[in-house]
Design a protein around this ligand. Sequence first.
Ligand code: GLN
Ligand code: ZN
Length: 771
Amino acid sequence: MVITHNLGYPRIGARRELKFALEAYWRGQSSQADLLATGADLRARHWADQAALGLVPVGDFSYYDQVLDMSFTLGNLPERVQGFQGAELDNYFRVARGRSAAVAEAACCGGAHAEKHGDGGVAAGEMTKWFDTNYHYIVPEFTAQTRFALNPERLLAQLAEARAQGVKAKPVIVGPVTYLALGKAKDGAEKLALLEQLLPVYAQLLDRLAAEGVEWVQIDEPLLVTELDADWRHAFNTAYHHLKICKPKLLLATYFGQLKDNAHLAANLPVAGLHVDAINGREDVLPLLGLLPAHKVLSLGVVNGRNIWKTDLAATLDWLEPLAERLGDRLWLAPSCSLLHVPVDLASEERLDANVRSWLAFARQKLDELAVLARAINEGRDAVAQELATNQAALAARRASPRVHNPAVKAAVARIDAQLGLRESAYAQRAAKQAALLKLPAFPTTTIGSFPQTSEIRQARSEFKAGRLDAAGYQRAMHAEIERSVREQETLGLDVLVHGEAERNDMVEYFGEQLEGYAFSQFGWVQSYGSRCVKPPILFGDISRPQPMTVAWTTFAQSLTSKPMKGMLTGPVTILNWSFVRDDQPRAASCKQLALAIRDEVLDLERAGVRVIQIDEAALREGLPLRRADWKTYLDWAIECFRITANGVRDETQIHTHMCYSEFNDIIASIADMDADVITIETSRSDMELLDAFNDFKYPNQIGPGVYDIHSPNIPTQQHIVGLMKKAAERIPPERLWVNPDCGLKTRNWHEVIPALEQMVAAAKTLRNEV
Ligand code: GLN
Ligand code: ZN
C-alpha cells in the first residue's frame, strides 16, 4: 500500500483570514486571544482538508514564518530581544517586524515597560527569499557566542491540538544543516562551528516528540538541492549520525530541485525515509533507487507544489507504476514541496474564465489528485476511471485550446534572430545623439516611475472596476492625477519626468490584464512574507498585445510639459518571474513571447514621440536558478529577452532600466550586456559601495544610483545626497551619473515625497557646481 502525505499546507487561509487577524492584532484592534482563536480555527480547517492523507503535517502552521518558528524552538533569539518578559508571541513579532522607538514608547504599558527592557525600538530580523520561491523567511542570526536551548512548546501544543482532532500527525521541522546554512553569522563567525552544540537540542526535540508517541518526523533539508562544498556535506553526515539514536523515524525532505551529485549523500544519511521532488528532480529518481538502502521509504513528490496546473494523472501513473512495483510499501506519495506556495482553494474562484479554471488545481485540488494517484496504484486505475477520464479531458482541452495556442505568436517567436536584440549603434554614438536631443544638465534628476497612490486614486480605480464610474470619469480622474504629478515635478525642477503610474494597481498585473494569454484569480493569494500575500497572474497561453497599453497615458502626460516624459514599462523577465507560468513550454519560450509584446509597446511609444523609455526589470535577479551551474543559461535567455524588448528603437531614443536590489557583483557582466543607456538601481543603504561592481570597466553606460531609501519615511538631506553622489563619482565618471531615488514612490505620501525630492534636486544643483 502506497501512503500519501503532505509536506505543508498554506496557512494564510482561503480568504486570507490569518492576514486580517494578524493585522488587526498588530493595530491593537483585537486581542491575542482573538488571534490565537483564528490560528486554531485555520489549523483545524486545514487538517480537515488533509484528513484523507496517511500522514498530515503539523507544525507547518506559523503566525509569521516557519524559519523564525524554528529559531524560537531552538532558543536562538537575537540578543536585542532577549530578556523581554511580555507574551512570547509579542517578542516573536518583534523579531519578525521590528518596532520603531516611537511605536515602542506609544504602545508600551505606561513607559515602565519600555524602560525595564530598554525597549526603545528593535530592528526587525533580516528577511530573504526562501530558496527560489517568492516566500521570504526571517534570517536566523548567529554569533560565535550563540547558544541554543530547546523551547518545544509551540510544536507540542500544535501536536496535542492535532491529536485531539484525530489527525495522523507528522511534525515538520527545518533540519539543522539547512537551518544553519540559511542563517547569517553577524560577527563573521564560522556557522558550522555551531553545529556541535545545535545537534543536542535537535536530539532533545526529537526525544520529546518520541515521548509524545510520534512515529514520523519530517525534517526539511532543501539545502541538499544546492551546490555543497565538502564542509557542508560533512555537516550532513555529522548531523544525521548524531540524530540517528533518536526514536522517531525521520523523513528527510528535499525539494525545489535536483539532488544531482548530492544524491549519494542524501540516500545514505542514516534516516528512515527520503522525500524528493519528482517534478523538478525527476532525473534523480531512477539513480536513487539504486542508491537507497533497502529499508528506506522513498517519498516521491509527484504533484507540483509550485504551480497551479492540474497534474497529468495518466502520465504520472505511467511513470509511477513500475516504481511502485519495485518499491512496494516503501513508496510514499506527496506534493513536490509544501503547498505553501500555491493558493488554497479553486472552489473560491467564481469569476475565473471557465476554460482556464478547468485546467487548474490549487492546494485542496492537489490533495485530491494525490488521493487519485494513490488509489490508482493501490487498487488499479479502474478504481478511479472516472477521475482519470475527467482529468484527461481537461488536459486535452487545454492542449487543443485556441486560447492557449496562437500560431501568429509562435511564428513571430520562430522569426526571432540575433538582429532583433541589437541597437543600431554602440552606446557612445547613441549617447551623443541622445545628449544633443535631450539637452540634459550634468547629474540629471529623475524618479523611478510611481508617485503616491493616494486614497482618491485607489477609490477611482475600485469604483471603475465595480462599474460605478464610467470610462470617461475614470480617465478624468487619472488625468487629474497625472497632471498633478507633472506640475509637482516641474515645480521641483526635475529633468526627466514620469507620469506617475496612477492607473496601475501593480506593475505586473497592469500589463497582464491587457495581454492575451493571461488570466486573473480572485483569491489566488500566496504568502510572500508575514501577513503579506501576492496574487500572481496566471500566464496560460501564447502572449499577444491586442492594442497599445500605455501610450495614451504617456502621451497625455507628455502633452502637459516640454520636459522629456519617460515612458514606463515592466520588462518581460519581471512579468514572467512574478506570474504563475505555463508548464507546457519552457520559461524561456514564455519570456520571448512577452518580450515581443512589450517590444511592440516600446516601438509604439517611440512612434508617439516618447524620447525616454524605462523598462523595469525589478525581478530579474530573483529568477536566478538555485544552482550556480544553471545561472548562465537563465541569464542568457533573460538578457536576450530584455534586449529584444528594448533594442528595436532608434539611437536617439534613450532606454532606461531599473532594478530594485543591490547585489550585482555576480551578474554584472549580464547587466552590462542588457545595454540599456541608463540603469537606475538601489544603493542608498549600501553607502554607494555597491557601485564597486559597476566601476568604469565593468559597466560602460549611465547609472542612477538611488540616493535615498524610499522604504523609509525619513527625508534625506541635501548634504547626505551630495556626499553619496561624490562617493559614486569616485567610482563612475560623473558625466555618466544620474540622481534619483532608490525605487518608485507609490507607497509614500506627497508630504514626504516633495521635501525629499527638493533635497535631491538641490543636491544635483550643488553637484553641478562642485564636481
Ligand atoms: N516603475 C515602478 C515604480 O516606480 C518600479 C517599481 C519597482 O521597481 N518595484 O513603482
Ligand atoms: Zn524598484
